[in-house]
Each structure stands twice: as C-alpha cells, then as structure tokens.
Design a protein around this ligand. Structure first.
Ligand code: FEO
Ligand code: CA
Ligand code: CA
Length: 633
C-alpha cells in the first residue's frame, strides 16, 4: 500500500551523511568497495560457469516468472488455501456472505488483508510442527473490493455507509486460529477454545511511559490508559515467552477532519494525519475525527503485546517501544538474557530502532516475563559511511532530549519518537520494513523497500541510490554478536531491481531472470538461517508480480535469490513463516485484485475461489512439498 505508507513527512532528512559521502567518496568507488566487503567475490560482475551451475543450498527448481490472475509454485510443491477473508474463526460464526456483510458477522470471521503470520506451537513451549496457533494481522481494508456500488479511492470513502465502516473496523485487527496437520493436510480446528478475533474495537490497555499522559486522554478514556482496538497491523513478531507483538503502522490513514481547526497540526503532519482520509471513519465515528477527539491519533502507532494462548487476555499497548509507523517487532536474546526488539519505521527517510529490556527473561517462569517490555531503553540506528553502526538512546534528559527541546518527560520522548530520533541525527533510511535477526549467523537484516524521493544529494552509503525504486537489504552486525551492544558494523546484502538494467542493482552473479526482485518488504528465516524475502510493490516498480524469494545468507550462494512463489495480480506477499521443522510454509496473500481500477463488481482477479459473484479474498496459504521435505531444499 505504497500510497498510504508515504503520506507522512520527515522535514529533517538529516542530509549531512549524504554530504559527507560526497566529500569522502566517489559514487563508483563507494559501491565497489561496499560490495566487495559486504558479500565477497560471489557478487562481483562476470560469469563463472562453475558457480552458475548452482552455488545455492536451495535446490528447488525455481519457477518461471509470470504475472496473471493466480498464484504459482514450483514443481513438486502443493498449495492449500487455509483461511480466506470471511471464513469462520470464532466457533458459531455465520457462513460468509459478501453481499450481506455485518460487523457482528465480521467480528467472528477471518478479517481482511492478512499481513503478518505467526505459527506458535501447541502445546505452548513445544516445537510441534503439526499443531499450533496461527496468528494473523489484518492490516487494512479495501472498501472498493469489499462492497458493491461504492466506487474507489476517495470517492468510496465519501460514499460508504456507517454500517460498511463498522464492517471495516471489524475486519481489522488479528485472528488467532488453532490449526492442525493430518495426513499432509492442514485445517482450522473449528471448535477450538483458542480461536479468537481481535478487532478495531477490542478493549486494550495502555502501559509504559505514555500511559496517562494528557495527550493520551480522550472523552471516552479520561485516564489515558484504555483504548478500543488496534489498527494498521502490518508486520509483527513474538517473544521468547510465547506472546505476540503486533505493529501498528499506517494508523494515520483512519483519521480525518478539518485540520485547520485541530490543535496539533504540526504533529499530525510529522505522522501523516491528513484531512482527506481514504476511509469514511471520520465521518461516522467521533473518535476518528480530529476536530472532536484530537488525542485519539496519539493512542495508535504503538507495539501491542498479547498472549495467544489465553483467549481472554487483554492486549497491551507497550509505549516504552515508541510511537511511529511500526512495520514489525522481532526479538533476539542478548548474551545476558535481556531481550532486544528490532523495529522499522516504514516511511521514506525514517528510522530503524531497537528496544533492549532492562531485565533478563526467565525461561522457567512465563508469568515473570509478562511486563518485561515495560522497562528498558529504546535506541535508534545511525549507520555511518565508514561502515559503523551506533545505537543512540532515546532517553529523556540525555543529549538533546530535554525540556528546552520539547521533551519534558520520557512520555514525550516515546509519543514523539520520530522527533526525538530526528534530534539524535539518526540515519534516514529508504522505508525500513522488517528488521529481523538471523537465528544462525546472528546478523540483523534490515529490509528497505524503496524510496523514490531520495535525491542525489541525499545519497549515503547505507542508502546508496537516488530515486530508489526497488529497495535494498542491509546486514547489521552488533559488536561481539551481542544484541544488547550499542555499536557494530553494517554492510549491504543486496540491491534490488533488474540486474544489468536498473542502475546499482547488485546480486549474486548466478541470479536468474526470474530470481531478481523488487520492493522487498517482509522477511523470515528457516532453521538453517536461510532468508525468505516477500515483496510488495514490484508490479508498480518493476512490472512483475510480487513474490517470495529464498536465498542463502552465508557461503558461496549468499544473496542468490530464487523465486519460490508468485502472487496473483494486485496482491503483495506477506508473513512468510515456516514450522519449526522447516517443512510447512505459511504465506499471506494480501489485497489480491488491488490493481487495474478493480472494484467489487469487476475485479482484476477472483482469486482464490474464481467463482462468479465471489470477490477476490485475501487469504493465508500453506505450501508444502509433495514428498514432505524441507521447503526450498
Ligand atoms: Fe504495511 Fe510497511 O508495509
Ligand atoms: Ca509490510
Ligand atoms: Ca506491505
């Protein structure tokens, strides 16, 4: 959803690093040196017939690139559609009827636009690969594809009714569903006590430094400690103690109203709250109208933690982790048992963050970890042209984060984390999406999806291309491999785009014509540390369908991306995750048919049902090998 992800502004784009590079390096010298140190000889130009035969550990037969109404998988693989928009989740949910949707029905059925996917084994704490909880984010809704007769874009926002808006609110949030594999077939356990929907109206608590702050108080919540719902949940992560972290990203999109009468215009602007929302919600609900509830936008943009193993658990907004357009929130355990949470702020020229808990987690005492994420330090990344990485603390009273600069307390720092990071001179990146630690080599992968607004004078070594239409991926190495370290180094993993065509694109020399990618977004790793990269935006940027690509992260096949899955037209691919045995892959196919002017009555695809009268349906799919083997090899 590029349009919605780029609406905010960062006026302080901190170009000093770009200026530095101009002084210290030539462009050509920079890129050559960078890749030589980053990925070794395997990436240098020139054919090597011996390596071209197959240096990758991933032995699957790569699919041929195509771009049509349906999905594609390799020979020898099987795909099953597991959960579609409208499928029953909560026991007793009514059958899906896209022509008569109600909010009550939607609140018991699988929501819209599945993004993050997690698999949490059952029983809790086990490594089961045939039974678990599927946890899925429902990031946003497509009014034009959900309802007949509303039109598209801003017109749909102006035309859709309150009843339709209520369906949309209920289609947001998350799904928890127990799933099992029997005889190679996965299915939802229909009557499971774990099955749950969290929506845009589910009550949740606000904890941490911002709880109770005057900006967190509304007419409905004068204490500033409770809020209805979570919205714009893009990617996510989990904790070592088996809870889910879900990331509120483009929350600004839901708010509207006359900003001229709103009291916080400059802060709305930094976070992208704008008058002409693409949703009708500000017309129908006071809390989404900033003229009536100017503080409600401050209650979104957080990381939300909840326990999927306890269907009665109340989700908690953990404000210590900062407020921005959170893409994801993945964990890695430091050497002393403290927990690092890596997060991207997905907007042009925004930042990469990590939070390190004050205390160590307790593997033998699950309850003791319940509020571990309330105490700790939030850091923002600075990637300098000498290849060094510094994690800068966002702590009230330290450096420029003082009352004189508008930060009276730590609550101000976390509520306005973007402003605090600006002052610390964090490195503005090309839209940080997933940030995730490789479980084998310990390096942290930063997925940067694209940034066509970067000008030549804003180029630096960590964001090496102006008008970056295709994105790139960076590896961070914390000092001594310790996720609590405050310094380290960084290098480039790959630069996306079509090799030999798009300037600056760089891959392993053996990358095929189907294996290059554009607009990397979500990532995950298998137990061998091999990366899975899902893309979002490739149709617009490169004229190819979005897909899932697999690559080694070390050895002679490093950064040799291979295409395993291609999405139907209009869809992005999200949420790659594999079971602990690496034999089942779950993918979210989000917004199929969101292209070519598609509307409910005339969509560009009717994936996955392909039935007349059935609109396209976002769905989670399961991919396995026919012989039951490990995905990819
Ligand atoms: Fe919702 Fe940053 O993708
Ligand atoms: Ca994303
Ligand atoms: Ca996306």
């Amino acid at each position: 959803m590029d349009a919605r992800e780029d609406v905010g502004t960062n006026p302080s784009t901190e170009p000093s690093i770009g200026e530095l590079i101009a002084r210290r390096y030539s462009r050509r010298g920079t890129l050559a040196g960078l890749f030589a140190s980053a990925v070794g000889a395997g990436l240098t130009a020139g054919a090597d017939p011996a390596q071209a035969a197959g240096p990758s550990s991933l032995t699957f037969r790569e699919i041929e690139r195509s771009y049509d109404e349906t999905h594609h998988i390799p020979d020898g693989y099987e795909l099953q559609v597991l959960l579609r928009w409208g499928d029953a989740v909560v026991p007793g949910a009514p059958a899906f009827d896209p022509h008569n949707m109600t909010a009550a029905a939607q609140a018991t059925q699988f929501g819209y636009n599945n993004d993050y996917v997690d698999f949490q084994p059952l029983p809790q704490g086990s490594h089961a690969s045939d039974r678990g909880l599927l946890v899925v984010n429902h990031e946003y809704t497509n009014t034009e594809l959900m309802f007949a007769g509303v039109g598209i874009g801003r017109a749909a926002a102006l035309k859709s009714t309150m009843a339709q808006a209520e369906v949309e609110v209920a289609a947001h949030g998350l799904t928890v569903a127990e799933i099992r594999q029997t005889g190679g077939t996965w299915s939802v356990v229909a009557d499971s006590k774990f099955n749950r929907r969290i929506t845009g109206t589910t009550p949740m608590t606000i904890v941490g430094p911002a709880a109770g702050h005057p900006l967190m108080r509304t007419n409905a919540d004068p204490t500033g400690t409770t809020v209805l719902g979570t919205l714009a949940n893009c990617a996510g992560g989990n904790t070592p103690w088996g809870t889910i972290l879900t990331a509120e990203e483009n929350f600004n999109a839901y708010f509207g109203g006359d900003l001229g009468n709103a009291p916080h215009a400059d802060m709305y602007k930094r976070y992208g709250v704008a008058k002409d929302s693409l949703y009708s919600w500000s017309r129908h609900f006071d809390r989404f109208n900033v003229e009536k509830e100017p503080n409600e936008p401050y209650r979104f943009g957080w990381i939300v933690e909840f326990d999927p193993y306890d269907p009665a658990s109340v989700p908690v907004k953990r404000t210590a982790l900062g407020r921005f357009k959170h893409e994801g929130c993945t964990h890695a355990v430091a050497k002393d048992g403290r927990v690092a949470i890596y997060m991207g702020d997905d907007e042009r020229f925004n930042y990469v963050y990590k939070f390190v808990t004050a205390g160590a987690w307790k593997p033998q005492d699950r309850a003791a970890n319940r509020d571990l994420l309330n105490e700790g330090t939030l850091y923002v990344a600075q990637l300098t042209d000498d290849g060094k990485l510094a994690w800068l603390p966002l702590v009230h009273g330290q450096g420029p984060l003082t009352e004189a600069n508008g930060f009276a307390t730590q609550a101000d720092v976390v509520i306005f984390a973007r402003k605090a990071a600006d002052l610390l001179k964090a490195t503005p990146m090309d839209r940080p999406e997933d940030v995730e630690a490789n479980p084998v080599n310990g390096r942290v992968y930063v997925i940067l999806t694209n940034n066509t607004a970067r000008k030549p004078e804003q180029v630096d070594r960590a964001n090496p291309r102006a008008n970056n239409a295709h994105g790139h991926i960076i590896e961070l190495t914390n000092k001594d491999g310790d996720h609590a370290a405050l310094e380290g180094t960084w290098s480039l993993f790959l630069a996306a785009g079509k090799p030999g065509v798009d300037p600056g694109s760089r891959y392993h020399r053996a990358t095929s014509d189907s294996g290059w990618l554009s607009c990397p977004d979500n990532c995950a790793f298998d137990s061998k540390g091999r990366i899975m990269i899902a893309t979002d935006g490739a149709p617009t940027a490169a004229g190819v369908a979005d897909g899932l690509y697999l690559a080694d992260t070390d050895g002679i096949g490093k950064a040799l991306t291979k295409l395993l899955f291609q999405a139907p037209t209009g869809a992005e691919v999200c949420g790659p995750v594999v079971t602990p045995d690496d034999r089942t892959l779950f993918l979210a196919v989000q917004h199929p048919g969101e292209d070519k002017g598609s509307v409910f009555e005339n969509p560009s695809t009717r994936w996955p049902d392909f039935k007349v009268d059935m609109p396209p349906r976002p769905a989670v799919v399961v991919i396995t090998r026919k012989d039951g083997g490990v995905i990819g090899s």
